[in-house]
Design a protein. Structure first.
Length: 306
């Protein structure tokens, strides 16, 4: 059996409708005649007024004082003075803001100070820096994606070693190619130095061998034998004269002159022939030639002094 709201006692209906607000009571009064009579009952409204007055008296007793809700403690209670001061402060802020906007730097100055990106001044119309930053972020993202794809397509270390692009030491010991190249360069330079020293040693040995061969050839010549004999004879005579303390300078010079023959004599003759070819038929100028030159230069000096 279904119970309807209209079959309840009037006291129960009054108690139920006392919890409703005025707009809800209007909606209920439009449903049926019984509910309309109960919603418009004076007892219901008297009870509501009594409850509202009791609540209002309780809240008024608990309300905060005026000083607590007035500025500057709180901005709930505003007097005419507070409203006027707020309007004046807003006007001052507006004036200061307009003054600052008039003296703000141009976009070109901001670009020079590195505050705005250079793309802000490249367009004919003004572009927002946020839009440019978003565009730059998109470009960076594209570059990052392209670099990631290239890194995925790059060959492996083993393939680079097989193509002789990277040395095998880099893949085996995980060493930088620059270090391997430097090591190989040092090894090549050391090999060059060793080869250069070996070649120089072979050259020195060849020169020594040639000198020994020349000495061996000179040993068997008559000239060398005569030179050695003359030098030994001179040394023997000097030793004898030193022992006797009778050193004759003329005899010594004569014997030295006798010892200097062979290659030295040939060199002296060649030198004399060269001087003769340079100065004329005679090796030394004549006395008449010297006197003539002397008179000539004396006349030049007199003419210059006069």
């Amino acid at each position: 059996m279904v119970l309807c709201l209209e079959f309840l006692p009037p006291e129960v209906l009054l108690r139920v409708l006392s919890f409703l607000e005025v707009p809800d009571l209007l909606q209920v009064s439009r449903t049926s005649h019984v509910l309309r009579d109960i919603a418009c009952d004076p007892l219901l409204h008297l009870e509501r007024l009594h409850h509202a007055s009791h609540t209002l008296s309780t809240l008024l007793a608990r309300r905060p004082p005026k000083a607590a809700i007035s500025p500057p403690n709180s901005w709930i209670w505003l007097s005419k003075t507070n409203v006027l001061s707020r309007q004046i402060s807003k006007s001052l802020i507006r004036i200061r803001l307009s003054h600052n906007l008039e003296h703000r730097p141009s976009p070109y100055d901001l670009v020079q100070r590195a505050i705005l990106p250079s793309a802000c001044t490249s367009y004919s119309s003004h572009v927002s820096p946020v839009l440019i930053q978003s565009q730059q972020a998109v470009q960076r993202r594209k570059l990052k994606d392209g670099l990631g794809k290239k890194l995925e397509r790059r060959p492996s270390v083993s393939s680079l070693v097989s193509m002789n692009i990277i040395p095998e030491e880099c893949a085996r010991h995980k060493i930088s190619p620059a270090i391997v190249a430097t090591r190989r360069k040092v090894i090549r330079e050391s090999l060059k130095d060793g080869l250069r020293g070996w070649i120089e040693g072979r050259g020195i040995q060849a020169q020594k061998r040639k000198a020994d061969e020349m000495e061996a050839v000179e040993k068997i010549t008559v000239k060398n034998l005569v030179r050695r004999f003359a030098a030994r004879k001179l040394a023997h005579d000097l030793a004898e004269q030193r022992t006797v303390h009778q050193l004759d300078p003329l005899l010594l010079e004569k014997r030295r002159a006798q010892a200097r023959w062979g290659r030295e004599v040939e060199l002296a003759k060649q030198d004399e022939e060269r001087r003769t070819a340079i100065h004329g038929t005679c090796a030394q100028p004549t006395r008449a030639h010297v006197l003539g030159l002397k008179k000539f230069w004396e006349g030049v000096i007199k003419a210059a002094g006069g």
